[in-house]
Design a binder for this molecule. Structure first.
Ligand code: ADP
Ligand code: MG
Length: 613
């Protein structure tokens, strides 16, 4: 009889735990900062050397520890933050696992110095690779100082995975910034190799965002405050003018804890749909507060992930709170408010509502006109006329997105001449092959022809979809497309849905498909890329049930592919055509990606530029 199994000594189990919690210097700093904040610190300082590899030191003015507690804090599963099983259901502190300190101490040369405010002296403990080397009294200010030197000195495999000092410093900076945004009432300082990278005094959230994300960005932030179903959402969000190409300026917190959560992310991006470009991300700091029992933070040792008890309630509350702000913000209202006509006061109340109703009626009439010729930037082959009967376009969803005509709206019988705002513009010409210059009374109207064409295409796709399906065009030479396993599975799941938006994809053995038809508006240009893009969108949806909810995104994607980009000279006839088509869209406040379509410069503004006034 042999004994093969042995309980591991704690020095090893701590090292194993460290594998989960301590990935790099930034993760050490995250854990130590959480401890400082849990200890009620109002002032925290972080110093690192060589990206944190040589040294990490965190100094706080929190409540500190007694000698007994200090020794205990280095034991595995030793915590002051929970006591009983039921406490796990209502965690209010950032930490609770009792793992960070022993883990970090097991993979570094570690020094803990701590003093409670009421005690005359502090305690200093030296640990090396998980073994306590020395415990003694020390003089220090109340609070705690933890130094971590030579991280991973005894785990060479981990050490190898560390990146350059600059990269690690970058991660540390991000970590400190996230913490700093979460607690504006706490002063933070970060120094790297004796160079100060961040120093922020106690202040409010807006100022804190300005200090960490940038003044320009913070200047254009909008406040969010909403409660729905016991879920509170507060913070600041940016409009389409300040966006980033990564999610790095999206700070989202659940009960004060920084998280990167799919549900949260999805709700945010839903709210921004049509406001910002695809592949762009807003700048925001959002705090989602919900009863602690509703969220499980004990999902992963790093606690970056959470599980919600009522996932969809959180999603909806968040989306609603953001949409509330985005809708009433200026870029979705009148982006370029036309000067009110001299004889009429700006419309208000009832008059305004009537005008919107009339405008919506007018747009109905426009789309009922006989087949139109293609708008100039569309890449569709053939004459491009719309052969599918077009359903009535829905009236604008919210009054604020309605582009107000420059003149008081006069309901008139429909005719080719009953020009809308854009058709009525006098064309001056084209600038740089990308912009249309037009005149409307005393205003210079500049139109981004790509954004405009995209908006028109998007609107047509929507009309087609509502009328029963996006118009499809069979390819003369069907193409085969090699897919990944994931993409092939998506084709299987969404085959019928894909047909509704104009794609005919036929399985051709293995993970290959034959692309037999594409949406008519998007044929002729990188069709295979479009197929891949659409499959990627669908992959994120999971089930076919979600298809209808994502239809706007999908159509926007197709519209995006339908437009010729870059320098593209147009003839006057084509410009006229585009302007006409624009009047058929819901007043073209922004392109489906949220870029503005047109910009107006008034005579007064020009005169200011030329110092005539
Ligand atoms: P957890 O934070 O999950 O409780 P840690 O290993 O991070 O586990 O810390 C263990 C305990 O040490 C904490 O519960 C806390 O009581 C104490 N502690 C750690 N850091 C500090 C600090 N900076 N100030 C005061 N107490 C601290
Ligand atoms: Mg902790």
């Amino acid at each position: 009889m042999s004994q093969r199994i042995a309980i591991l000594p704690e020095t090893i189990t701590n090292k194993i735990a460290a594998g989960e919690v301590v990935e790099r210097p930034a993760s050490v700093i995250k854990e130590l900062l959480e401890n400082s904040l849990d200890a009620g610190a109002s002032d925290v300082s972080v110093e690192i050397a060589a990206g944190g590899r040589r040294l990490i030191r965190i100094t706080d003015n929190g409540h500190g520890m007694s000698r007994e507690d200090a020794l205990l804090s280095l034991e595995r599963h030793a915590t002051s933050k929970i006591r009983t099983d039921s406490d796990l259901d209502g965690i209010l502190t950032l930490g609770f696992r009792g793992e960070a300190l022993p883990s970090i101490a097991s993979v570094s040369r570690f020094r803990l110095a701590t003093r409670e405010a009421g005690s005359l002296e502090g305690t200093e403990i030296i640990v090396e690779g998980g073994r306590v080397k020395d415990v003694k009294a020390c003089g220090m200010a109340p609070g705690t100082v933890i130094s971590v030197e030579q991280l991973f000195f005894n785990t060479p495999a981990r050490l190898k995975f560390l990146r350059s000092a600059e990269t690690e410093t970058g991660h540390v900076g991000d970590t400190v910034a996230r913490m700093a945004v979460s607690r504006p009432e706490v002063a933070f300082r970060l120094a790297s190799d004796d160079r100060e990278m961040l120093r922020v005094q106690r202040s409010d959230l807006r100022r804190r965002i300005a200090q960490t994300v940038g003044k320009d960005a913070a200047a254009a932030l909008h406040e969010v405050a909403g409660t729905e179903g016991g879920i509170t959402v507060t913070g600041f969000i940016s409009g389409p003018q300040s966006v980033r190409s990564t999610t790095s300026a999206m700070f989202t917190y659940i009960n004060g804890r920084f998280v990167r959560d799919k549900v949260v992310q999805h709700a945010i991006m839903q709210a921004y749909r049509g406001v910002i470009d695809r592949g762009r991300y807003p700048i925001l700091a959002l705090f989602i507060e919900l009863p602690p029992g509703e969220v499980d933070v004990n999902v992963h040792p790093t606690k970056h992930e959470v599980r919600f008890r009522r996932q969809s309630a959180v999603h909806d509350a968040l989306q609603a709170a953001l949409e509330g702000v985005l809708r009433r913000s200026p870029w979705l209202a009148h982006r370029q408010e036309p000067a009110p006509p001299a004889q009429a006061a700006p419309p208000t109340g009832q008059a305004y509502r009537e005008r919107i109703a009339a405008a919506a009626q007018a747009s109905l009439r426009f789309v009922e006109q006989p087949p139109r010729s293609s708008f100039p930037l569309a890449s569709a082959s053939g004459d491009g006329t719309c052969t599918t009967p077009v359903a009535a376009v829905a009236p604008p969803e919210t009054p604020v997105s309605v582009r107000e005509p420059a003149e008081p709206f006069q309901p008139e019988p429909a005719s080719a001449e009953s020009a809308g705002y854009f058709s009525a513009l006098a064309i001056i010409g084209q600038f740089h092959g990308e912009y249309l210059l037009c005149q409307s009374g005393a205003e210079l109207v500049i139109i981004d022809q790509h954004a405009a064409s995209e908006r028109v295409a998007y609107q047509r796709l929507r009309q087609q979809f509502r009328a029963g399906g996006v118009e499809s065009q069979r390819l003369l030479f069907p193409e085969t497309l090699e897919l990944s396993f994931g993409e092939a599975a998506v084709v299987g799941r969404f085959r019928e849905d894909l047909a509704r938006i104009g794609f005919d994809l036929e399985p051709f053995g293995g993970t290959t498909v034959i692309v037999a038809a594409l949406p008519r508006l998007a044929t002729g240009r990188d069709g295979m890329q479009l197929v891949r893009d659409i499959l990627a969108e669908l992959a994120a949806l999971g089930t076919s049930a979600a298809f209808d909810g994502a239809i706007d995104d999908l159509l926007a994607r197709i519209a995006c592919h339908s437009v010729v980009r870059g320098f593209h000279p147009l003839e006057n006839r084509q410009i006229t055509e585009l302007l006409r088509a624009m009047d058929e869209t819901d007043f073209a406040a922004s392109c489906p990606h949220g870029r503005p379509v047109s910009h107006t410069i008034t005579l007064g503004e020009l005169e200011k530029i030329f110092k005539r006034t």
